[in-house]
Design a protein around this ligand. Sequence first.
Ligand SMILES: [Zn+2]
Length: 260
Amino acid sequence: MRFYLIRLTLAFLLCLSSFAHGFDAVAAETELFFTPDKAAAQAVKSAIDSAQSTIHIQASAVTHKAIQQGLVDAAERGVETLLILDQAAHQGGEYTNADFFSDWNIKTYLYLDGTLRDYWVLIDSTIALTGTFNFSGATERDLATHLFIIKDNPELILQIFDNFSDRLSKCRHLPPKRRRALADTEQLISSENVAESPQKEQPQVVAKEKITFIGNTKSLVFHKSSCTSGKKLKAGNRIDKKNREYFIEQGYKPCGRCKP
Ligand SMILES: [Zn+2]
């Protein structure tokens, strides 16, 4: 439904711009970066940091630490973040690259219709980043790739958006791993009445620390009060509570980093 609305808006903007072009041509703005050089990844990170409402991203995997952090922060501040990854991003290991994003409140999808070797970020349905740079730290250091940033080109953005929708229809959604793990743990607690803390050996120590928790009322993620993501939250979308149960009962998800 949301997809339909975004597409409608894009088509409308395209009409407006065609109309405007009739009088005065608006030059599309394009920037170009290359690796090995830090500028390409920094450009991706800055674009992600500037997102206000949506991020649509597709890649074989996203392993560059700063880009990962940018996506996590965006989802934390309430930006709707959709990620399409190649199936290989969910293979080889207990906890995969795809699991990481899904646990961080990023809607994560695995592409099922062949191998995904396409690299796109679409910011707020207005800025597109693409090229052969694959959002990996190793590539930034060692490989020769390029990245375009395209602005003010509604026609192209609409094409990219339609491609994203099409790819999404050939994906499966990957549910968060920690949420599943938490559900299992809660069952264990109710049946055996054991301490809720994962550090079962030292339940008294944990109780003495009087950990308080901070919830993000927008993203419905909660943190330990010591977590930097929790501390950064502004008063408008933040709720502080002494007991963890409050957040669980309200359907909040635990932060994947501070593991409250
Ligand atoms: Zn946290």
